[in-house]
Design a protein around this ligand. Structure first.
Ligand code: NAD
Ligand code: UFG
Length: 354
């Protein structure tokens, strides 16, 4: 299937995943053509079908889907040959912090090879615009609670997963600044993406026991798990639980649209920009639980247990750079995040696996 259309054509790697699927919908809605490449290592054909059905319903448009590995240069070349690509958003990669500690090679190989192969292919085809999925984890622990983009990126993050993000940013920054590929990079450093599409038709579908707070809460709410373990209530925060900067995945998708637009429409861009994407406001674990109590209409059972290794008491984003360069601010509240995550989970108790 080939895309027809007059608008710019964006390659979304990992577009069958949580953030990539929402970004696909936003880009299609904005009139772009979208090519997804995903090997379904953390997604499925059912997910692709659900994204496709929703895209058609919401935007009247469809994306082109290629199943394959972004680290496979020969395969990727055929995608670029068949489609004139104007810019790339690179989501494909592994993201489970705990698994990356147990299996660092898996993370270094996949996360670095996808990026390097993509860069090689982009060079061959003269594609220069690159939006990268980075993470607040690149800042590791600078001893402050609210980070701006000048906060030093450490050499080693708090997990091998995080370190792959640091290394990928360095690779992208060095290549972009060298002028070699004429590369322009916007590296979006997400804080805590949560929520789901307001339709309840797509959302986060973690395999096995969820690592992250909000998918765990919704699995408790739907009866798949008995209670939430709250990892520590003795932190130096007002209620003793950790504070994070949660961002609705639909707002996050909008940030990607604005980043692509900037790459395609602005002259004289810096070669590399790292930009925080968060709301700027922090919520404690207890405050998140309260938001879900309200959305679900009953109390989420929880037990306070000991702290989880590596957790910081508080981190939130300074958001002025995103506002200044992208015109981006978040619109959706913690209540929207809870409502939409619950809507998705209650309609699809087993995620895309039903
Ligand atoms: P996800 O796992 O839902 O999506 C990633 C997608 O990439 C999956 O569909 C997977 O099948 C695909 N993929 C993985 N390796 C591939 C490969 N070699 N070739 C082709 N496809 C491949 O994850 P997500 O939550 O949507 O995250 C997307 C990106 O954002 C990741 O790079 C992640 O590290 C980054 N990020 C996520 C979070 C978060 O909390 N979700 C926070 C910060 C950064
Ligand atoms: N939490 C619980 N119980 C759970 C899960 C989480 O109490 O079952 C707490 C954590 O201790 C933390 C908060 O909920 O205080 C949020 O935890 P998440 O695991 O949802 O998110 P993190 O802030 O730990 O992780 C995020 C991103 C990672 C990134 C990491 C470091 O999801 O991709 O920040 O920047 F690597």
């Amino acid at each position: 299937m080939e895309c027809e259309g007059n608008m710019s054509r964006i390659l979304i790697t990992g577009g069958a995943g949580f953030i990539g699927s929402h970004t696909t919908l936003t880009l299609l809605g904005a009139g772009y053509d979208v090519i997804i490449v995903d090997n379904l290592s953390n997604s499925s054909h059912k997910a692709v079908d659900a994204i496709g059905a929703l895209a058609l319903r919401e935007t009247g448009k469809q994306f082109t889907f290629y199943e394959g590995d972004v680290a496979d240069g020969a395969f990727l070349r055929t995608v670029f040959e068949k489609n004139k690509i104007d810019a790339v958003i690179h989501f494909a990669g592994f993201k489970a912090v705990g698994e990356s500690v147990a299996k660092p090679a898996k993370y270094y190989v996949n996360n670095l090879l996808t990026t390097l192969t993509l860069l090689n292919t982009m060079k061959e085809f003269g594609v220069t615009g690159f939006v990268f999925s980075s993470s607040a984890t690149v800042y590791s622990d600078p001893g402050i609670t609210q980070y701006d983009e000048s906060t030093t990126r450490v050499g080693r993050a708090s997990s091998p997963y995080g370190t792959t993000k640091v290394i990928q940013e360095w690779i992208l920054e060095d290549i972009a600044k060298s002028g070699d590929l004429l590369l322009k990079v916007i590296s979006l450093r997400y804080f805590n993406p949560v929520g789901a599409h307001s339709s309840g038709e797509i959302g986060e579908s973690p395999q096995g026991i969820p690592n992250n707070l909000t998918p765990f809460i919704t699995q408790v709410a739907v009866g798949k798990r008995d209670f939430l373990s709250v990892f520590g209530d003795d932190y130096p925060t007002p209620d003793g639980t950790c504070i994070r900067d949660y961002i609705h995945v639909t707002d996050l998708a909008e940030a990607h649209y604005l980043a692509v637009k900037r790459l395609l429409e602005t002259n004289d861009l810096p070669e590399f920009d790292g930009i925080n994407i968060g709301s700027g406001k922090g919520y404690s674990v207890f405050e998140v639980i309260a938001a879900f109590d309200k959305a679900v209409g009953k109390k989420i059972p929880y037990k306070v247990v000991s702290r989880r290794d590596g957790d910081l008491a508080e981190f939130t984003a300074k958001t002025e750079k995103a506002q200044k360069l992208l015109g981006f601010t978040t619109k959706l509240t913690i209540g929207d995040m809870a409502k939409d995550a619950w809507n998705w989970q209650s309609k699809h108790p087993n995620g895309f696996d039903e």
